[in-house]
Design a protein around this ligand. Structure first.
Ligand code: IPE
Ligand code: IPE
Ligand code: MG
Length: 236
């Protein structure tokens, strides 16, 4: 098998551990998140260097709305600032931005910056960066089911034409390849409502490294672990 086929084409990250990192350093949680943003930049650069065309980053879950108002406000502020400050760099590097999730839930100023960044970067082709924002997989699948049900009700779709492909086309990720490697930082062995449909056959790599500390060595370790996996897809 050639090297390329042993390299993932779509990485999905659960960027966990900013809070624990802050606690370790006796710093406020928001500072943990700020250092997490630095890792986002590092990972984007590494994906470009390794010629991995897709990366999806779990930045804020539907359930994260349940955190304190202070933390949510800090995170939304960071998102806005990130989009404002980093779009020129995305243009330089050939990064195309996408977003998945219940985006209407985001504060208006964030939504505007997000729409702007997505529009500005839409012709870039080097790396696709998908931000999962206000994202929950069950909510996503429920919305797809509702949309299909409405089409059936309107008479434009018959139930027997509902296939896995059609359902997939009704998810936020329509048109995107499925992730082939899921990486979670900070050691937790759970999925936390992330891409449940899309990761059906993804390999999973969990590292104890906290997200702000996730570096080149951790990244390369994840790729090396993937390269020796035997992917069978139910066959033998
Ligand atoms: C991940 O770090 C970032 C977000 C969920 C926004 P956490 O904030 O969950 O960090 P821990 O899990 O408390 O360490
Ligand atoms: C998952 O992390 C969500 C993001 C990384 C944005 P959480 O910290 O919210 O997940 P749980 O609470 O450990 O399941
Ligand atoms: Mg966490």
């Amino acid at each position: 098998m050639d090297k390329k086929s042993k390299q993932p084409q779509h990485l999905a990250f659960i960027m966990d551990g900013n809070g624990r990192w802050a606690k370790q350093h006796l710093l406020p949680r928001a500072t943990g998140h700020l250092n997490g943003v630095k890792t986002v930049q590092r990972v984007i650069d590494l994906c470009i260097e390794k010629q991995i065309p897709w990366v999806t980053l779990y930045a804020f879950s539907t359930e994260n709305w349940g955190r304190s108002k202070m933390e949510v406000t800090a995170l939304m502020g960071m998102l806005k600032k990130y989009l404002q400050e980093r779009t020129p760099e995305m243009m330089e590097k050939g990064v195309r931005l996408h977003a998945i999730g219940e985006l209407y839930m985001l504060p208006e100023d964030c939504r505007e910056e997000l729409a702007k960044a997505i529009e500005t970067t839409k012709h870039n082709t080097k790396l696709n960066v998908v931000l999962a924002l206000s994202y929950g997989s069950r909510q996503e699948i429920t919305a797809a089911a509702r949309s299909l049900a409405e089409q059936v009700k309107a008479g434009s779709l018959s139930p027997e034409d509902i296939t896995p492909e059609l359902l997939g086309q009704n998810l936020y990720t329509a048109g995107m390849p499925d992730p082939d490697l899921l990486i979670r930082t900070s050691g937790e062995m759970r999925i936390s409502n992330y891409l449940l449909w899309q990761i059906s056959y993804a390999e999973i790599h969990v590292t104890d490294t906290l997200w702000p500390d996730f570096d080149r060595a951790d990244f390369e370790e994840a790729l090396a672990a993937f390269a020796v996996r035997e992917r069978r897809y139910g066959k033998r």
